[in-house]
Design a binder for this molecule. Structure first.
Ligand code: 3PG
Ligand code: MG
Length: 400
C-alpha cells in the first residue's frame, strides 16, 4: 500500500490532497469534550501543508440520517482544528455543493479546508453502490490524490472511505499505518499472559470479537453495561440494569465455551437513576434488586480485575466499565485504566469511548503502549475481518 511518505516523496506542492479523517469527536452541545481524534491526524495535515499541498479534509460526525442536521455540524471541529494547526481552516457549509466548491477553489498552497459532515449526504453511507459511487465522484473532484487517515472509519464501506480510493491515486496516512502496525501485534503471537478487558453497553456489538479472542486470551474480563447480560445468563436477577434479553442464550454458550476464561464482576455500584447526585450502593453481582440498575463495577471487582491484569504481558482494553461520564460511576473505569497502563508489557486501549475516558478522567496517556482512535475499527480488525477502507488502500489500481 502506498503511504503518505510516498506521496510526499512524489511532491504535493500546489496539488489538491483529499484527506479522509475521523473527526467524530464527542460533543456536549457545541463543546468538544475530547479532541483526541483531531490531534491524532495533525501530523498528517501538517506534513501536507508544509509540503505546499492544498488540503481538503473530510469527516463524518455522529450518525445524522443523510440530511443536514445542525446537531452534527462540523463547524466547532473546524474551529478547533484551526487552533491546533495554528492556521485558519476554511469551513464549507455543505459537503459537495456550492460552498464546498467555492472553498476548495479558494485554497492556496499550504491551505486547509474542512467540508461539512459527509453523512449530511445520503450517498456517503448508502448501501446502493451506484448512489455511493455518485457521491464519491463528487468528492473525488475535489482532489488530485486521496489520503485516508481515518482509522476509526476504515471498517465502513462508505463513499469517502472506500469508493473514493477507487477513483483517485490513494495513500495511507501515518495514523492508519501506526494503528495497523500495533494491532497486528495482537493478531499474531501476543506475549502471554494475554488479557482482554471489554466493557461498553452492548454484548451484541462485541460478540464477534469475543468469539475471535476467546481461544487466544488467558482471561477475558467483562464489565460495563454488557456484563449484565452475562450475569443474567448465569441465572442472576439484574434489576433494571441494561439487558439484552435476546443475547442471554448466546452469553450462556460463551461462558460454557470459555471454560473459566471469562471473568465477570462480583459486585456492582447500583443506583435508582443515572445522575450525579444519585444515591448509590454497592451490592453483590447476584443481588441487584428490581428498581435498581448497575452503573459501574464495584470495589471487589476492581480488585479482582486488577489482579488479573497485573501480570499480563499483553492487554487490550475496549469499553468503559461503567458510566464514567457521571462522577459516581467513574471509579471502575478509572481504576481499570490505571491497572492497564501499569502493566509491564504491551497495553493497548481500543477505541473511541475508552480512549476518550482516558483523557476525560485525566489519566496519563503516555503510560499506555498505544491508544487507538478506532473503537469499532480496532474490534473488527481483531476479529480478522477485511476492513473496506484498508482493502481499498491496498488495491493498487486506481481507475482515474
Ligand atoms: C466511531 O466513532 O466509531 C467512528 O467514528 C465510526 O463511526 P460510526 O460507528 O458511526 O460509523
Ligand atoms: Mg462506532
Amino acid at each position: 500500500m502506498r503511504t503518505l511518505d510516498d506521496l510526499l516523496a512524489e511532491g504535493v506542492k500546489g496539488r489538491r490532497v483529499l484527506v479522509r479523517a475521523d473527526l467524530n469527536v464527542p460533543l456536549d452541545g457545541e463543546t468538544i469534550t475530547d479532541d483526541g481524534r483531531i490531534r491524532a491526524v495533525l501530523p498528517t495535515l501538517t506534513a501536507l501543508r508544509d509540503a505546499g499541498a492544498r488540503v481538503v479534509v473530510t469527516s463524518h460526525l455522529g450518525r445524522p440520517k443523510g440530511a443536514p442536521d445542525p446537531k452534527y455540524a462540523l463547524s466547532a471541529v473546524a474551529g478547533r482544528l484551526g487552533e491546533l494547526l495554528g492556521t485558519p481552516v476554511a469551513f464549507a457549509t455543505d459537503t459537495v455543493g456550492e460552498s464546498a466548491q467555492r472553498t476548495v477553489a479558494g485554497l492556496g498552497d499550504g491551505g486547509v479546508a474542512l467540508l461539512e459532515n459527509l453523512r449530511f449526504n445520503p450517498g456517503e453511507t448508502s448501501k446502493d453502490d451506484a448512489e455511493r459511487r455518485a457521491f464519491a465522484e463528487q468528492l473525488a473532484a475535489f482532489g488530485d490524490v486521496y489520503v485516508n487517515d481515518a482509522f476509526g472509519a476504515v471498517h465502513r464501506k462508505h463513499a469517502s472511505v472506500y469508493d473514493v480510493a477507487r477513483l483517485l491515486p490513494h495513500y495511507a496516512g501515518g495514523l492508519v499505518l501506526r494503528e495497523v502496525e500495533v494491532l497486528r501485534r495482537l493478531t499474531g503471537n501476543p506475549d502471554q499472559p494475554y488479557v482482554v478487558v471489554l466493557g461498553g453497553s452492548k454484548v451484541s456489538d462485541k460478540l464477534a470479537v469475543i468469539e475471535a479472542l476467546l481461544p487466544k486470551v488467558d482471561h477475558l474480563l467483562v464489565g460495563g453495561g454488557m456484563c449484565f447480560t452475562f450475569l443474567a445468563a448465569q441465572g442472576h436477577g439484574v434489576g433494571d440494569s441494561l439487558l439484552e434479553t435476546e443475547m442471554v442464550g448466546v452469553c450462556a454458550d460463551l461462558l460454557a465455551q470459555g471454560g473459566g476464561k471469562i471473568v465477570l464482576p462480583v459486585d456492582v455500584v447500583v443506583a435508582r437513576e443515572l445522575s450525579a447526585d444519585a444515591e448509590t450502593q454497592v451490592v453483590p453481582a447476584h443481588g441487584i434488586e428490581p428498581g435498581w440498575k448497575g452503573l459501574d463495577i464495584g470495589p471487589a471487582t476492581i480488585e479482582t480485575f486488577s489482579q488479573h491484569i497485573a501480570p499480563a504481558k499483553t492487554v487490550f482494553w475496549n469499553g468503559p466499565m461503567g458510566v464514567f461520564e457521571v462522577a459516581p460511576f467513574a471509579e471502575g473505569t478509572r481504576r481499570i485504566a490505571e491497572a492497564v497502563s501499569a502493566v509491564d508489557g504491551l497495553s493497548i486501549v481500543g477505541g473511541g469511548d475508552s480512549a476518550a475516558a482516558v483523557r476525560v478522567l485525566g489519566l496519563d496517556e503516555s503510560a499506555f503502549g498505544h491508544i487507538s482512535t478506532g473503537g469499532g475499527a480496532s474490534l473488527e480488525y481483531l476479529e480478522g475481518k477485511t476492513l473496506p477502507g484498508l482493502a481499498a488502500l491496498e488495491d493498487d489500481a486506481a481507475e482515474a
